[in-house]
Design a protein around this ligand. Structure first.
Ligand code: S5P
Length: 263
């Protein structure tokens, strides 16, 4: 099933974690990664219990949570794993390699529960090795998503910067894939051409409603993003701010899955 729907992404893929994601997505018929941007443990637990069956991955911002404790977090992560979700901590690491390795530990101990993390490449390629060393310090493996584009207006990731990120990440085994801008299908198409078929492109900045978000967030249509080359739509407020989160999660799952079949 996964091989058939994912086509060359499956055959060219160089990552076990990406294969896991593609299998989950095919089984659940959803390319949705939920951006679980709620600030209480109760809110997060409720959200994952309701929407888990319609998601292919879970994205967290662990430092947003007011009542965070290691125990409550462990329980939340085990709930995510029971629903077969990769856990993606959107930490946007940006420091030198050694400090990034150490930041994988600390109070939140991200290395022990995350399968994926985001990083900016602004400090140079050693950040990827630093993050990989973080996982290997606790005998785990994970993948790095490099920010090649962003969805927010006025961001400084211009096309030359994108090219540099892609040329470092494209052949790096520690790089799971790239964050692309889901709000601009044309930019995304260009990114897919640069990246080729072997790495993932995951895209925030998508919403089924028309119009942009607050504070400079730009939105595009999830179907257009997948047709342009996105492998996973990252959806936050479109689901967690909806009056009916389950219905919303199902709608994003359907839109993304149908778009993959069309692609
Ligand atoms: O360029 C980006 C990169 C990311 S990872 N733009 C983004 O919005 N994100 C993240 O995606 C952001 O941190 C948030 O968690 C999510 C988008 O949420 P939404 O509510 O706008 O859908």
């Amino acid at each position: 099933m996964a091989a058939k729907v994912w086509g060359e992404r499956w055959t060219e893929c160089d990552s076990d974690i990406a294969r896991r994601f593609m299998e989950t997505a095919a089984r659940k018929q959803s390319l949705v990664c939920l951006a679980a941007d709620r600030n209480t443990m109760a809110g997060l637990n409720k959200l994952i219990e309701q929407t888990g069956p319609y998601l292919a991955a879970l994205k967290t911002h662990v430092d947003l949570i007011d009542d965070w404790t290691p125990e409550a977090w462990a329980e939340f992560c085990s709930k995510a794993h029971q629903t077969d979700l990769l856990i993606f901590e959107d930490r946007k690491f940006a420091d030198i390699g050694k400090i990034s390795q150490n930041q994988m530990a600390g109070v939140y101990d991200i290395r022990s529960w995350s399968d994926l993390v985001t990083a900016h490449l602004i400090s140079g390629p050693d950040i990827v090795d630093g993050l990989q060393a973080g996982w290997s310090d606790v005998g785990r493996t994970g993948g790095v998503l490099l920010l090649a584009q962003m969805s927010s207006r006025g961001n400084l990731l211009d096309s030359k910067y994108t090219d540099n990120v892609v040329s470092v990440g494209k052949n790096h085994p520690g790089v799971f894939g790239f964050i692309g801008n889901g709000s601009r299908p044309n930019e995304l198409k260009e990114l897919r051409n640069k990246v080729g078929p072997s790495k993932m492109i995951w895209t925030p900045g998508v919403n089924l409603a028309i119009g942009d978000g607050g504070m400079g967030q730009r939105y595009g249509d999830p179907k257009e993003a997948v047709l342009a080359g996105s492998d996973c739509i990252i959806v936050g407020s479109g689901i967690h701010r909806s009056d009916d989160c389950v219905k919303a999660a199902m709608a994003y799952a359907k839109a993304s899955w149908n778009a993959l079949l069309e692609r």
